[in-house]
Design a protein around this ligand. Structure first.
Ligand code: FES
Length: 161
């Protein structure tokens, strides 16, 4: 028997061990996220994937899927909070999407499009943080960091550094 939960009224099948985020992605349903990546253990730090279950909130990327869960994601309240986080990230760093080589393949940009965040609401910080190009495999542009920690997890958990 297929195991399922409800996400915004839609039935989502899942396999043992999947999180709500994993199952949603497998079913083709987008839950906004920045720090989730299928190759790494979830850490639940960006909070963009926050969903509501029985009036309580939690991160979809760390929540194990269970039979009968009733999950809300696309609510006005949750999306308003996601918009605020996204707007803060855009002004805190230098995210020049039109000239960025990652445009079209960027989780921050995907979140912004999903939430209709297309123009700034707060003053830009215009940070000037040093670039670290000393590593042969990683180019670290700190003024474009979104604190997803994926580079840290790749280095620590995959490369064992
Ligand atoms: Fe879940 Fe970042 S994707 S907290």
């Amino acid at each position: 028997m297929t195991r399922t939960f409800l996400l915004d009224g839609r039935t989502i099948p899942f396999a043992e061990g999947q999180t709500v985020m994993d199952a949603a992605i497998a079913a083709g349903v987008y839950i906004p996220h920045l720090c989730h990546h299928p190759d790494f253990k979830p850490q639940g730090s960006c909070r963009l994937c926050t969903v509501e279950i029985d009036g309580r909130t939690t991160s979809a990327c760390t929540l194990p899927a269970r039979d009968g869960l009733v999950v809300k994601s696309e609510t006005d309240e949750l999306n308003a909070a996601r918009r605020t986080i996204t707007r803060f990230l855009f002004v805190e760093g230098n995210h020049t999407c039109p000239s960025c080589e990652k445009s079209g393949n960027c989780t921050l940009q995907a979140v912004a499009y999903h939430l209709d965040v297309e123009e700034p609401k707060y003053p830009h910080f215009h940070p000037r943080r040093a670039v670290d190009a000393s590593h042969p495999d990683v180019f670290l542009a700190r003024d474009r960091c979104t604190y997803c920690d994926l580079c840290v997890r790749a280095s620590r958990d995959v490369d064992g550094k």
